[in-house]
Design a protein. Structure first.
Length: 317
């Protein structure tokens, strides 16, 4: 059943998603009229959201735009800057899944039909659950979701990704015209711990609590094809070859069946582990340039993807 339009505004929805926002923390929203396919990067920048009347009115009026919110509560930088990046992650507010068949799920917090027959669904999370504030753990959850094909996040934003708000339009070009986004399920009382939410979508959170071991020198990676590529970006600074090894790793991951979003997440995480010191200015600039090329490398690697890359079905009990 579609929720009546007058029964829910975007700001009403966000008040349940984010809850009370203390000083120094904030949500994030974006709205724009352009088609999401091929839209310029600038329209995705978005803006902070604190739930104050001016913020609420702006997002509530954007019913003819594509409207999005960040799945996490964010925190200001040491300089007091408000931005949407992984380093400003404060707490995961909702575990969101893409392209879910509603017949296969139950006991969700919400479901939004984002285009004909396609739904984004979410499980609201307990704000007092310490796991929801564990950035490293949440990042592994995002990668696990991508590996299962349960997220369309190709940007690698992971825990600070955008998903749709319940009031808005999908302006992707369609023969039938603009699609009005529809809120079909709304159960804000359904609010779980991250552990329970992960179990519901087939992820064992305890398995993700162990920090993955990354090779940190060439000797450790000797004899391993993937290890050699990892060593190629994590070895001594003056011996690193980012471009070649990232390109080869992207092709290897995608050819092995990994979804694009998961591959981007993995490579971002890998590069973040080997970020040069601020004092190594030239190397840091080279690292930044190569890290920014990761999404393009993965897109190029899609030509090597297996013909069948079917995500498993999900049942939420």
């Amino acid at each position: 059943m579609v929720i009546e339009e007058q029964a829910m505004t975007n700001s009403d929805f966000l008040s349940e998603i984010y809850g009370h926002l203390d000083s120094g923390v904030y949500g994030w929203v974006a709205s724009f009229r352009e088609s999401p396919d091929g839209a310029p990067p600038s329209v995705w920048t978005g803006r902070p959201y604190r739930g104050v009347p001016a913020h609420a009115q702006l997002i509530d009026r954007a019913v003819d735009d594509n409207t999005y919110f960040c799945t996490s509560v964010l925190t200001t930088t040491a300089d007091g800057e408000l931005i949407r990046r992984k380093e400003t992650f404060h707490r995961l507010a909702v575990l969101a899944l893409d392209d879910v068949q509603l017949a296969d799920v139950a006991n969700l917090s919400y479901a939004i039909q984002t285009s004909p027959g396609k739904h984004q669904v979410g499980i609201l999370l307990d704000p007092d659950d310490p796991d929801c504030s564990n950035a490293a753990l949440v990042d592994r959850v995002m990668i696990s979701l991508s590996t299962r094909g349960r997220t369309n996040d190709r940007s690698g934003n992971g825990c600070v990704r955008y998903v749709r708000l319940p009031r808005g339009a999908n302006t992707k070009q369609r023969a039938a015209g603009v699609w009005r986004v529809q809120l079909e399920i709304w159960n804000p009382s359904v609010r779980w711990s991250l552990d329970d939410a992960c179990q519901a979508v087939g992820i064992d959170l305890d398995d993700l609590r162990q920090e993955p071991v990354q090779p940190n020198n060439r000797q450790a990676a000797k004899g391993s094809h993937a290890g050699e590529m990892i060593a190629g970006i994590s070895g001594p600074v003056d011996q690193r070859s980012y471009h070649e090894n990232l390109t080869r790793l992207a092709a290897s991951l995608v050819a092995g069946g990994m979804f694009a979003g998961a591959a981007v997440e993995f490579l971002y995480s890998l590069m973040d582990q080997v970020k040069p010191e601020a004092s190594q200015l030239d190397e840091l600039r080279r690292w930044e340039a190569r890290r920014a090329e990761i999404p393009r490398a993965v897109r190029s690697a899609e030509q090597f993807a297996p013909s069948v890359r079917q995500p498993p079905s999900i049942t939420v009990n």
